[in-house]
Design a protein. Sequence first.
Length: 239
Amino acid sequence: MGLAEREYRGRGYGYSGSLHVQRRSPLAKGVKRIAIPLVIAFLAWQAYQIQHDRGLSDSLALDHYLDLSSITEPPTARSPQTAEVGSEELEKCEKLIFDLTNAERRASGLAELIYDPDLAKVAREHSLDMVENDFFSHTNLRGEDPTGRARRHGLEVVKSRAGGVYIVGIAENIGLMPKGNLIALGYAPNEPEGLATAQVQSWLNSSKHRANILNPRFEQLGVGVAYNGHYFVSTQNFQ
């Protein structure tokens, strides 16, 4: 068992620091045609300021940060296109992670999440970025958090929900699963079903990841998985 297998046993963490909830006041209800756009603009500006002034939220403790450049046996295949698992298998992994997430929501009496191709694009880009640039964090090397990456892709980051609630930002789970860990868990190293099951279970075993998966206010989900021959990196983006 190499260093990667010893130190990176399906770790990951959830991100919800950019999510802010605002309830409409009675005044807003009375003049909603004017007030709602102003509230949305204010919340978006407030979220932007918080993200840039405070950086990572408390839920992203630095002691959970994994520097993949410290692996003593660096992978030889840096591009997912030349990895042992091809794009078709990775797409199957993404779908299985999506389906298993919804299965958990159904079991908890929650509505299923809707697949969002735009969120999936953001998630897939982040997983590829982490694999190709040897880092594991919700903030990429450009300084973008999940909400910042969604904005760059042109996504609307302010969404209204039932009960006069507004959600500002994108929530995220990321996870790292070494091929050796899949073997230790009894799965074939390149088996999409094994990866999806192991990764989702790893998230469910963590209160912060589980909170994102079972958040009743989320309605959309995108999933992206990348692989470089040694480890899988998975990203879930919720909204």
